[in-house]
Design a protein. Sequence first.
Length: 158
Amino acid sequence: ASVAVALSVLGAGLVAGQTAKAESVEVSGQSIEVTQIEEGLTVVTDDSDILKEKLNKIEEERGLLQAKIEKKEGDISDLQKKLQDLKDDKSLAEAGYANSYKHHQEQLAEKDKDISDLQKKLQDLKDDKSLAEAGYANSYKHHQEQLAEKDKDISDLQ
């Protein structure tokens, strides 16, 4: 009730810290003693001081929280940069792997072709050898036959 009275007094033109000169003042049709007004002003002033202290504490806490938020935002930004760097490194590694894999596949294809070419040459040489052996065998047989004929001719002439 005294706060309401004090607020009514403030509304009537008195402010905290002023002293009323009269013994009583009429506010909204009620007669109020000066001591009641002074007590009401003291209560309002005390309440105002308490609220100012609370407001200052809230502002201080807000500042601390804002600093924490800014630090967390910085940490998030750092982590996002690290994540992007890792993604970039991964992309480069994948590209390098793909290039390396492609290069190795090309080398393997070349080696497979070399092996295939050498296998064909080996088969050609085996075929040539077989033909040469067959030719030699035929030639040897032919020469043996010729020798046998010559021996026969010599025997016949003797």
